[in-house]
Ligand binder design. Structure first.
Ligand code: ATP
Ligand code: MG
Length: 135
């Protein structure tokens, strides 16, 4: 089975949507295996979104993610990487029924992050959880 990295971004925390977002993944049948709330340092966020460095929205994106506490999580289950992305909804114009589609109207305030492939999941889990011991 796969493990992925999911984060509730600061707007999700601010809007009290943490519970609702967790509930969707739990109801789907995925297992929450690690979770922490963290005010991420800028260098961590810059590294997290390194693939977007140089793009017009990069600095605003980093500011956004550093703008408050983030709930960082590891979720486990069959096909969790692609399936959690589908549950989050597309980056642009997420469909109703998805987390972004139901709760967000701005690409720059889209509540949730999910790893987009197995390599990204491994990299992001290392980056956000590092030495933390996970049972
Ligand atoms: P994430 O990586 O956060 O899970 P994603 O994989 O759907 O989102 P990416 O293309 O990786 O989308 O973009 C990373 C983040 O950058 C998006 O979640 C969004 O907040 C922001 N972003 C992407 N495109 C734009 C844009 N055109 N204008 C403003 N912000 C954008
Ligand atoms: Mg992405």
């Amino acid at each position: 089975t796969q493990t992925t990295f999911i984060a509730v971004k600061p707007d999700g925390v601010n809007r009290r949507l943490v519970g609702k977002i967790i509930q969707r993944f739990e109801e789907k049948g995925f297992q929450l295996v690690a979770m922490k709330m963290i005010q991420p340092p800028r260098e961590l966020v810059e590294e997290h979104y390194a693939e977007h460095k140089g793009k017009g929205f990069y600095n605003g994106l980093v500011d956004y993610l550093c703008g408050g506490p983030v709930v960082a999580m590891q979720w486990k289950g069959k096909g969790v990487i692609a399936r959690s992305r589908a549950m989050m909804g597309a980056t642009k114009d997420a469909a109703p029924g998805t987390i972004r589609g139901d709760f967000s109207i701005e690409v720059g305030r889209n509540l949730v992050h999910g790893s987009d492939c197995a390599e990204a999941a491994e990299r992001e889990i290392k980056l956000w959880f590092g030495e933390d011991k996970i049972n």
